[in-house]
Design a protein around this ligand. Structure first.
Ligand code: NOJ
Length: 541
């Protein structure tokens, strides 16, 4: 058993994800850049976040918006330079902010020099860094694995008749994590950035690294029709042989040991939904943190939200990064209203629901993350079908429901053209946001979502028991209501559509935060909270 401890700077921290190309453009090319982030670090610090995570900044042919990396030890020129990253780190550290980059170890780009060599010379050592396999008995792909983004997970290398494996696009060939050369190459990449002061990494597709040595067919769980989107098809299989292999944990332990030398953190992107399997990703023998992505996929289902959060927090009260949104999902303000009749107040209800869930996440330990624009209560961006950028949408003949573009539009800073993001048309053609959705307007309005999110982070910072004291799940009046106590802090997350009275909490509480305007009343031995409202109480000292 290792005696490794979680690093101190993670205690009580809150993260903020930046979709790098959409945050702020300082060069006038319509593309966000590193200096644009540096210029806006004060805003993030004012909001109260402690850690920023930047989506990939490396050279890339952009088949999957930077998640197809051509060189892990460089910065793409339209984002800036390595020196810009160093300047960002310096400014961030002076504001007490930590910076995580995104590392993409499951696959490279087809333009990475390793893959180029692997194709040109099948006898090269680089060939063995990827997963080339002979054709199956029928001359087709070696097995029935499919890609997340549509079609088989295998593409033919015509020159040799072999296929290479890719769990995402054919332009994203998977690496062979059973090859020690691959392990060594990534150790070197980590060190390159740690030496420059990077505070850690978010690890893309951490659950996908190793494949089962048998390369057996995955069992199919259910039939889906041809009209189903690629992800629905992907999840119609039991990914027994291509995802979440037990021995991935050994790679995590190796990496975290390396990161420990630099007091750096590692955070898995894990699509694993089983709570016990996910808990294995974190702890003294694995990584500091793992995302739990499921709350970012769910549509509004109060009992499910309560259960998914509390059950996992009881198993792992320290190592989870909680989220309800990221760059791969529709914005929660829209998603949590799906299926509801259209109404002018939908956005407001969507914001209330988002913030009610986020408030609960703030008491579950670990390091919760906000996604840029979430603090403004942004709904999905309006993007015309002909302007879609996401390969999941452009390469599949489905209804586009799985397109991720709606969550990737420019940060609305102010009401000037293009919301102050850029002096020219942004890389993604989306409509400007109205004034009340901008940072400028919301900073000036104490009743805005921005001020509420800021107050929530301030409350968490001011009440260390919220993440330090032992986690206790108290009796709740309904399965749509979470009641959590941590020492001198109590949180009632009432996700139901009704007012609820909680008697399990006892007396002596003072209100510290409420997620929306609405009823919060403190009685003698009970607390009452209005519908779709989460409230934080502190013990009356
Ligand atoms: C997860 C990333 O968040 C997503 O944007 C990307 O397409 C896939 N991994 C493949 O790298």
């Amino acid at each position: 058993m290792s005696d490794r401890k979680k690093r101190a700077w993670l205690d009580g921290a809150v993260g903020y994800e930046i979709y790098t190309r959409s945050f702020a453009d300082t060069t006038g090319d319509g593309f966000g850049d590193i200096n644009g982030i540096t210029e806006n670090l004060e805003y993030i610090s004012w909001l109260g976040a402690d850690i920023i995570w930047l989506t990939p900044i490396y050279p890339s042919p952009d088949h999957d918006h930077g998640y197809d990396v051509a060189d892990y030890k460089a910065v793409r020129s339209d984002h800036g330079t390595v020196a810009d990253v160093e300047a960002l780190l310096e400014r961030a550290h002076s504001l007490d902010l930590r910076v995580l980059l995104d590392i993409v170890p499951n696959h490279t780009s087809i333009e990475h020099e390793w893959f180029q060599k692997a194709i040109v010379d099948p006898t090269s050592p680089e060939r063995a860094m990827y997963l080339f396999r002979d054709a199956g008995p029928d001359g087709g792909p070696p097995n029935n694995w499919i890609s997340h983004f549509g079609g088989p997970a295998w593409t033919l290398d015509e020159a040799t008749g072999q296929y290479y494996c890719h769990l995402f696009l054919p332009e994203q060939p998977d690496l062979d994590w059973r090859n020690p050369d691959v392990l060594d190459a990534f150790d070197d990449i980590y060190r390159f950035w740690f030496e420059r002061g990077v505070d850690g990494f978010r690890i893309d597709v951490a659950h996908g690294l190793l494949k089962h040595p048998s390369f057996a067919d995955n069992p199919q769980l259910r039939e889906v029709g041809p009209e189903a989107g690629p992800l629905a098809k992907f999840f119609s299989f039991d990914h027994k042989y291509d995802m979440d292999q037990d021995d991935n944990i050994e790679i995590f332990a190796r990496w975290q040991t390396l990161a420990d030398e630099y007091d750096a953190t590692l955070l898995a992107e894990s699509g694993v939904t089983d709570h016990h399997r996910l808990a294995r990703f974190v702890g003294p023998e694995a990584l500091d943190l793992s995302f739990f992505l499921k709350p970012g996929w769910l549509e509004w289902d109060p009992a499910k939200f309560v259960d998914e959060h509390l059950s996992l927090a009881e198993i792992e009260p320290d190592g989870i990064s909680w989220v309800i949104s990221n760059h791969d999902q529709p914005r929660p303000v829209s998603r949590l209203m799906r299926g509801e009749p259209a109404s002018p107040t939908n956005d407001k209800t969507g914001i209330n629901r988002s913030l009610a869930v986020t408030t609960l996440q703030m008491v579950l330990g670990g390091v919760p993350f906000l996604y840029y624009g979430e603090e403004l209560g942004l709904s999905d961006a309006a993007i015309d079908p002909e302007n879609r950028e996401d390969p999941v949408a452009t390469r599949n003949d489905t209804d586009g429901g799985e397109a991720r573009d709606v969550a990737r539009s420019p940060m609305p800073w102010d009401s000037s053209p293009r919301n102050g993001f850029s002096s020219v048309s942004p890389w993604i053609a989306s409509e400007d946001r109205p004034p009340h959705e901008t940072v400028e307007a919301q900073r000036a309005d104490p009743a805005s979502p921005l001020h509420r999110y800021r107050a929530l982070l301030e409350t968490r910072r001011g009440l260390p028991d919220m993440h330090e004291a032992p986690f206790e799940r108290l009796d709740s009046p309904s399965d749509e209501v979470a009641v959590v106590r941590r020492g001198s802090v109590l949180v009632i997350a009432n996700l139901s559509g009704n007012e609820v009275t909680v008697s399990s909490a006892g007396s002596g509480w003072v209100e510290a935060f409420r997620s929306r305007d609405g009823l919060v009343s403190i009685g003698d031995g009970f607390l009452t909270v209005g519908p779709e409202l989460s409230a934080i109480f502190r013990a009356d000292a």
